[in-house]
Design a protein around this ligand. Structure first.
Ligand SMILES: Cc1cc2nc3c(=O)[nH]c(=O)nc-3n(C[C@H](O)[C@H](O)[C@H](O)COP(=O)(O)OP(=O)(O)OC[C@H]3O[C@@H](n4cnc5c(N)ncnc54)[C@H](O)[C@@H]3O)c2cc1C
Length: 413
């Protein structure tokens, strides 16, 4: 009988890991308290960029933080009751933005993203849902043309990683995105990437593919994990105990909580984001658009125009504050004067964020048959297929063809 692997978490990371393990001949069981692909993997902005290599924390960012956090419509929000618990992570986050650390982080981000469009296309082939991934550019828009300045650090990092970029002026920009307000005068285009027209539906299509390849699924909430007497793991769930020979923890923002009782302390923050979908928008957006001022992404999806963004720090368990999603009504009108924002569906999801924008991937140190695949922060939808491929190699004892040191749990111990 094929060796069995249990994956805790059926978000896009768990699902892609399942597919790659099944391809290697493993038996796979996915466990999640919710139906598949309904966490962060459902409501993200759908950017799938092979070129992502600029982390969240950048030198000098602290200067913008007061402005962002004090503005009730700003891109960063901190619930004041959570401040004391947030500060140690914030310090590590700012340290990760030290200019000396950036090259290694950028290389590691890039290595994880580079094959993502190709891998998604391969996973989606034959599912009947191939068209859910569309060719796209990433259009970073500016009101002041001087902002589209490729000599700035973020763009230089991209240039060092051979990212295909082009600055376009007013006229060209509005040919590419006719619905955009004339207030926007320039853009940097990142070319040759993709966008999801329904990220959750991609997750569900790939989950169904995994099932058709033999994966099983158990809907249950895991309260804790403990080593079993046979060298594997016991999942203590609301439906009883489940035994796992090998266990991959892919539980997104909740993963650190599951590992903490084993003595593994990790700076994994719940970085909550919001979206609103305008269901009858009356406009179409042809690419993923990044509003460089408002720090959010707008994209036409199957259900309408989705505006997504915000980094809210309030802990894992705080209720959503949908004012953060409503903000996108005004911001969307600024971008697209013709948009109809009358009926919007709001959503909140939780990014699993380490200070250095990199996930923890690999064998959990000191724990037999236990693997980590979590912490993909703002980039998990794009990083998921290569994460899956790498996890399947690690579980089967192979050496991935990229340097794994930047993703080690050890970096935080
Ligand atoms: C607003 C927003 C916009 C984003 N935009 C993009 C983007 O454009 N491109 C991009 O690449 N990334 C983007 N991201 C980030 C991306 O969505 C995440 O990094 C990614 O979805 C994380 O996937 P995951 O599988 O690790 O986590 P999740 O999708 O959250 O899945 C984790 C799963 O684990 C389950 N789970 C947790 N604990 C337990 C437990 N105890 N028992 C049972 N089940 C459990 C949960 O129910 C959940 O289904 C965005 C995120 C947000 C919030």
């Amino acid at each position: 009988m094929a060796e069995q692997v249990t994956i805790l978490g059926a978000g896009i990371v768990g699902i892609c890991t399942a597919l790659s393990l099944l391809e290697k001949g493993y038996g796979v069981r996915l466990v999640d308290r919710d139906p598949p692909a309904e966490g962060a993997s459902h409501g993200n902005a759908g950017v799938v960029s092979p070129w992502t290599c600029v982390p969240q924390s950048m030198p000098g960012m602290w200067k913008s933080l007061p402005k962002w956090t004090l503005d009730p419509e700003g891109p960063v929000a901190i619930r004041w009751r959570y401040l004391a618990r947030f500060l140690p992570w914030a310090v590590k986050f700012l340290q990760a933005g030290n200019v000396d650390r950036l090259p290694a982080i950028a290389d590691a981000m890039n290595a994880l993203n580079r094959p993502n469009v190709e891998l998604y296309r391969r996973h989606l082939a034959g599912t009947g849902h191939e068209s859910l991934l569309s060719d796209s550019m990433y259009v970073h828009i500016f009101k002041n043309p001087a902002g589209a300045d490729l000599t700035q650090l973020g763009w230089r990092i991209r240039a060092d990683h051979d990212v295909p970029m082009q600055v376009v002026n007013d006229g060209e920009l509005h040919e590419i995105e006719p619905a955009l307000s004339p207030d926007y005068k320039a853009a940097v285009l990142i070319k040759d990437q993709a966008r999801a027209l329904d990220p959750g539906a991609i997750g569900k299509a790939l989950f169904e593919k995994a099932q058709s390849m033999g994966a099983t699924y158990g809907q249950m909430k895991v309260d804790r994990i403990t080593p079993s007497q046979t060298g594997g793991w016991l999942l203590h769930t609301d439906k009883g105990e489940v035994e796992a020979e090998k266990l991959v923890v892919a539980a997104g923002a909740w993963s650190a909580r599951l590992l903490a009782p084993l003595g593994i302390k990790l700076p994994l923050e719940a970085e909550r984001g919001y979206h609103i979908v305008f269901q009858a928008p009356d406009i179409t957006i042809n690419n993923s658009i990044m509003d460089t001022e408002g720090k959010f992404i707008a994209s036409s999806m199957r259900a309408g125009v989705r505006c997504a963004g915000t980094a809210e720090f309030a802990g894992l368990d705080a209720p959503p504050d949908y004012r953060r999603a409503k903000v996108f009504r005004r911001l969307a009108r600024n971008l697209f004067p013709g948009i109809n924002v009358d009926d919007g569906i709001e959503w909140m999801g939780t990014r699993p964020s380490f200070p250095d924008s990199l996930p923890c991937l690999g064998a959990v140190p000191g724990q037999e048959n236990l693997f980590s695949a979590f912490g993909h922060s703002h980039y998990g939808f794009g990083m998921a297929p290569n994460t899956g491929r790498i996890m399947a190699e690690l579980v089967s004892g192979q050496r991935p063809n990229i340097d794994m040191a930047p993703y080690g749990i050890e970096r935080f111990q």
